[in-house]
Design a protein around this ligand. Structure first.
Ligand SMILES: Nc1ncnc2c1ncn2[C@@H]1O[C@H](COP(=O)(O)OP(=O)(O)OP(=O)(O)O)[C@@H](O)[C@H]1O
Length: 312
């Protein structure tokens, strides 16, 4: 039995249209399924929590973007008893990039119904102010999170999504946020005991997957199946250089530039001198000054197109 969790609002309403085009295929093929359309923010988390409360084995298929994947993962009660399928319909779709999920919804559905391979994916966990939140792709503090915060309230996103230019949303908002953000002094401590303080920090992100922000390959070597997080800190650079590095990051050509520090770790503690925006998978978290980020001991089985754990 497949359980579909559908965000009809993903990519400004495309989610509903895609589901309406796929559901007849399920009926024609006689696939046993049940489907839930999310009604509002965090509904996907509640659904996933309730559906997996029985402790049984489940296959949950997410139709939506990175935000919906994040919400579903946040609700699953028994990660190792759950298999995740994915039909990418978001604006950013960073979760889809590493595993190379097909962008064609029909192909993505075929993959779910006849799984060619599985990947056991790590799940990130961020702890802040007595709360914790899971993530699939990345969690970050500073500029990247400020962009996510702005994207949620931006009127640009629906307009650009309608023009099939959804990916441009993040690039344009990034330029806007670069102008307003005040760089902070941030200390990053890794699980090997090494600590480094960065003055004028633009952002620090802990990445399970290589891409965030709709295609910026900030940590090219990040692999969601290797039990490690890759951390990028960007500090001490001018706004102009930041724009230049963002362009380079789309091709992963930024990694050797001064002002960029990338490390691999299992756990990270981040402390900032001022409260900064935080995000998990592009979903905003309130301003924070400190947080701990690690990987959960349990993994989540994901239906993938091929031998994904060796992909980059
Ligand atoms: N029925 C709904 N109406 C409005 N918003 C919803 C609804 N259901 C879920 N949401 C919210 O939509 C937000 C964005 O969803 P999603 O990530 O799937 O799409 P996206 O923003 O287009 O893609 P991406 O995250 O890849 O850029 C999530 O924060 C989710 O809480």
């Amino acid at each position: 039995m497949y359980t579909f969790i559908i965000n009809p609002a993903s990519r400004s309403g495309l989610g509903r249209q895609v589901w309406e085009s796929l559901e007849p295929i399920l009926r024609e093929r006689g696939v046993p399924y049940r489907a839930y359309l999310t009604r509002c923010q965090r509904h996907a988390t509640r659904l996933a929590r309730e559906l997996t409360a029985d402790g049984k084995i489940h296959t949950i298929v997410v139709l939506g973007g990175d935000g919906t994947v994040n919400e579903v993962i946040g609700g699953i009660q028994n990660l190792s008893a759950t298999t995740l399928g994915y039909i990418p319909v978001g604006s950013g779709n960073d979760f889809a990039r590493f595993f190379r999920f097909p962008s064609d919804p029909g192909e993505a559905l075929s993959l779910v119904l006849d799984p060619p391979a599985y990947a056991d994916m790590n799940i990130g966990n961020i702890v802040y102010s007595g709360h914790s939140k899971r993530f699939a792709v990345s969690a970050g503090l500073g500029f990247d999170a400020a962009v996510c915060h702005q994207a949620v309230i931006s009127r640009l996103k629906p307009v650009l999504n309608r023009l099939h230019l959804g990916k441009l949303t993040y690039a344009l908002i990034a330029l806007d946020r670069l102008h307003f953000l005040r760089p902070a002094r941030v200390t990053v401590t890794l699980d090997d005991g090494s600590a480094r303080t960065f003055s004028d920090t633009l952002f620090v992100a802990a990445m399970n997957h290589p891409y965030e922000g709709g295609g910026f390959k900030f940590c090219p070597d990040a692999n969601p199946c290797d039990d490690r997080l890759d951390v990028i800190a960007v500090s001490g650079i001018s706004r102009l250089k930041a724009v230049f590095l963002l362009l380079l990051a789309q091709k992963a050509a930024h990694t050797k530039a001064s002002g960029i520090c990338i490390r691999s770790c299992r756990q990270i503690h981040i402390e900032s001198d001022t409260a900064l925006p935080v995000h998990t998978d592009g979903e905003p978290v309130f301003l924070q000054r400190q947080m701990d980020i690690s990987l959960l001991p349990e993994r989540l089985r994901v239906i993938v197109p091929g031998r994904a754990s060796s992909r980059s």
